[in-house]
Design a protein around this ligand. Structure first.
Ligand code: NAP
Length: 251
């Protein structure tokens, strides 16, 4: 990977960093010099493989934990700091979907998506901001979705969670700007990962009609946006929502 920015000496925590977009962001941050802690929920093998790809335990650790559990955020930050001495970059990437039309959507489907995507972002960010404030420097990057900007039928829970992440980011960007901490959102469009693997060919075709560049995204399309927002050079970018969607949503 061409090195765009220098993250040497930085320490990053990527939630849901074992697979898909989070894995690609973790690899890109590492390729630019950062040491990386990846969090995952259940899939141990994928996490181990990613730690290997990150160059082993000198440069990367894996931390199991469900971000929907409020006790997990503080532990993720604690273990990152214990392993690498500090935390400079937080990527709130862990996310799930439970799609259903509103008339069929259960309270459980609602809660699971809100608790993982939105509450998880709150608890992990709250834990990470404390040491960032103390060191007067930090980068918070949350992976939302274009669904949080324009909404998506069948995804009322997910669209609400992702819109919530955008509002949350703008609020904390204002709170911590004076401490040299930025908070931004990366909003991907349609990206080929396990999350989108269950969509039917017809559903894909419908989405593709709206993607200006005419192809689905890859996790590698998303990662450079996170690297940029994590860099020192992005110090003047905060409270921003960066869509990386091949022109699916233009606003
Ligand atoms: P993915 O391939 O399903 O990977 C999800 C990652 O999150 C895995 O590492 C998974 O770990 C972890 N995870 C899931 N639930 C978790 C929990 N409760 N606590 C901690 N970790 C958890 O998903 P993806 O497509 O890469 O999506 C990553 C992010 O991008 C999500 O926030 C998603 O909403 C967003 N996004 C995706 C797309 C898309 O088209 N794919 C578009 C817009 C936004 P395990 O393997 O252990 O479960």
């Amino acid at each position: 990977m061409t090195r765009l920015f220098d993250l040497t000496g930085k320490v990053a925590l990527v939630t849901g960093g074992s697979r898909g977009i989070g894995r690609s962001i973790a690899l890109a941050l590492r390729a630019h010099g950062a040491k990386v802690a990846i969090n995952y929920a259940t899939n141990e093998m994928a996490a181990e493989e990613t730690v290997g790809a990150l160059g082993g335990i000198e440069n990367a650790i894996m931390i199991k934990g469900d971000v929907a559990d409020p006790a997990v955020g503080p532990r993720l930050v604690e273990e990152t700091v214990k392993a690498f001495g500090k935390i400079d970059i937080l990527v709130n990437n862990a996310g799930v979907t439970r799609d259903d039309l509103i008339l069929r959507m259960s309270e459980e489907e609602w809660d699971t998506v809100i608790d993982t995507n939105l509450k998880g972002t709150f608890t992990v960010t709250k834990a990470a901001i404390r040491p960032m404030v103390r060191q007067r420097q930090g980068r918070i990057i949350s992976v939302a979705s274009v669904a949080g900007i324009v909404g998506n039928a069948g995804q009322a829970n997910y669209s609400a969670a992702k819109a919530g992440m955008i509002g949350f980011t703008k609020a904390i960007a204002k709170e911590v700007a004076s401490r040299n901490i930025t908070a931004n959102v990366v909003a991907p469009g349609f990206v080929d990962t396990e999350m989108t693997a269950s969509l039917t060919a017809a559903q894909r075709e419908e989405i593709m009609k709206m993607v200006a560049v005419g192809r689905t995204g890859t996790p590698e399309d998303i990662a450079p946006a996170a690297v940029f927002l994590a860099s020192d050079e992005a110090a003047y970018v905060t409270g921003h929502v960066l869509t990386v969607d091949g022109g699916l949503v233009m606003h």
